[in-house]
Design a protein. Structure first.
Length: 309
């Protein structure tokens, strides 16, 4: 889909790997806090309308940054617009399928099944990008998936129709994680890419809602709080942060870091909703944390050993 080429705009100062990973961890924190809002929003509005509204709101949040970025940049070419459109399509499929699934399953099941994109990313890296991830990705991905399983109930995941929608969304999340950093890096315009893909998702969501869902102002008013929270924070800030951070972090590593949203969701549930964490859930949090640390530290250890030898 994307080949390395000279950026079309002046390259901005690059982040260090630690800065990029820290930004992705912040993204995971915001996503974890927004998961409950996504579920609550389904009480009064359809999944396509909810998805379209929150992503258009997110586009408005990042629009001033994108406009400033484009002021001194050359016009986007058809290929560039095609890549942004493709990213928007992947993001729409992932977000819409997940939202449809959340309406028919529990937040616990949705959180676990969404995490299936973590092992999918390294599995797809070779056929899609002809890249081989560091060996530490494989045990870290497995540990991350087991940790999420423990965190979300240790075996109490009963598959239903809603779960199948969430499982389908994991494939599109994985493809989006694979491509987003490369596209943003090629264009050297992360805010343009973020805003463009949000507009695509927003328009596609509202078109689908007009065709498939009964629309009126009342549902939007009822779901206004959830739309504002997820639009401003989950989309406008967090998804934009993902675009920026993934310019400097390999896709497989980013997937594991972003999967820590399940840990943050559990923490926010315990803090705000007085939900107690079982011993298995605490063990799951620890496994996910170890996975996140492993993909950061093991490659560095290997590099250090190589330099000393």
């Amino acid at each position: 889909m994307v080949r390395n080429s000279r950026p079309l705009t002046p390259t901005p100062p690059r982040m260090t790997r630690l800065q990029a990973d820290s930004l992705l961890l912040l993204v995971a924190l915001i996503w974890g806090s927004a998961f409950v809002a996504q579920s609550l929003g389904m009480a009064s509005i359809g999944p396509y309308a909810f998805t379209g509204a929150r992503f258009l709101l997110g586009a408005l949040v990042v629009l001033p940054l994108a406009w400033r970025e484009r002021r001194h940049a050359p016009p986007l070419q058809k290929r560039d617009l095609g890549m942004i459109l493709g990213l928007g399509g992947l993001l729409f499929m992932g977000a819409a399928f997940q939202q449809i699934g959340i309406a028919a399953t529990t937040v616990t099941n949705a959180g676990f099944l969404t995490a299936l994109y973590v092992p999918l990313v390294p599995l797809l890296m070779r056929p899609v990008q002809r890249e081989t991830p560091h060996w530490s990705i494989w045990p870290a991905s497995l540990a991350c998936l087991i940790g999420t399983w423990l965190l979300t109930g240790a075996g109490r995941v009963d598959i239903n129709v809603g779960d199948l929608w969430v499982i389908a969304s994991a494939l599109f999340w994985a493809l989006h994680v694979l491509y987003i950093g490369r596209v943003a890096d090629r264009l050297a315009a992360p805010f343009t890419v973020a805003c463009g893909q949000f507009v695509v998702v927003g328009i596609a969501g509202l078109i689908a809602a007009l065709a498939l869902e009964p629309l009126s102002l009342a549902p939007f008013r009822a779901a206004g709080g959830a739309i504002l929270y997820t639009g401003l924070l989950s989309v406008g800030i967090a998804f934009t942060g993902q675009v920026v951070g993934q310019r400097h972090t390999p896709p497989a590593d980013a997937a594991i870091i972003l999967s820590s949203e399940t840990v943050f969701a559990a923490v926010f549930g315990a803090w705000l909703l007085d939900e107690r964490l079982s011993t298995a859930a605490v063990a799951g949090c620890a496994l996910i944390l170890v996975s996140v640390l492993a993909v950061q530290l093991l490659p560095l250890f290997r590099s250090k050993v190589g330099q000393e030898s």
